[in-house]
Design a protein around this ligand. Sequence first.
Ligand SMILES: [Mn+2]
Length: 363
Amino acid sequence: MTNKFLGRTTALIELIPEEYDGALIMSQINGRYFTGFNCDNGYFIVTRNGCVYVTDSRYTEAAGRAIDWCKVMEYPAGKMKETFGGISQSMGLKNIMVEADRMTLSQYFMMEEMLRPAALSQTGGLDALIESLRVHKDSDEIACMKAAQNIAEQTLQHIFGMVREGVSEADLAFEFEFYARRLGAERLAFDSIVASGENGSMPHAVPGQRRIKNGDLITFDVGCVVDGYHSDMTRTVAYGDICEEQRRIYDIVLRAQQHAMDYLFAGGDDLAECDAAARDLITAEGYGDFFGHSTGHGVGLEIHEFPSVSFRGGKIPVNSVITVEPGIYLPGRYGVRIENMLYKTADGAVDLASLDRELLILG
Ligand SMILES: [Mn+2]
């Protein structure tokens, strides 16, 4: 069996420009991606002449077991500088790339001091190289995201059964977390959004004490995490008697989402065209001013990752996972958003969501 983490690390080394010996990866997310080990204090030094993973005594044993294809070292308390200085010298490091997007200035100065005499890169570049690898999901990653999505769907159906007059947004959000974790979610992908009635016009409303009442549209934006991988889904449902315009904007959003998804199913691979497929339909129906955000985003080890489905454009990478989530938000009144997560294949796309999208009227 080939080790996929060694494979990812090797792929990164091949992307690193010649003027650098290698890279220092110290963010938890990227460390996990390249080693499979989830640690909040790991320093993965990747070079053409070998790799070393450095951590402290809390994690040495577990790291040694998890990363058996690379040298694992412990820096003793108070001996960080000696340890990293020794590594830098023995590996002959001169110029190292760092994760400019993911480190603080203090961390930069600290590592510059620790790894002397090696220099750390002062411009970005490593982040984009890592992004270009992470964006292509393998079958294990897809399986995790599908599992997370399945838990979210089962849980949301359970929540739909709880919607009645007087129940608060906060109650529904809390029950979502409780139920999802009991079904095996390691955690939620983000704080659930439950936005009812006039709160629905705020795309990222925080669930509060507002209670469900007749005539509400209720937007649920929820996700779970399985083995580090996130799911993301939004459904808007109605409670009781809704008006003609509420039905109308629901129908427009659903058609806009379907239009963008059909673009992907048919093999479309441009981010701006995908965004426009949803946006132009909403604009043509007269609600363009009420759809302010981009149509979607990449999902994976993080809930929002490369690429962005927006006017900025660019190719949609094969094997990436992106969301399609148009919405219409009428300030002070109500809002609708519908979101599915899709897997982009070589000649089309696979919908990773299976929960119904027809308007569900509860109560
Ligand atoms: Mn989303």
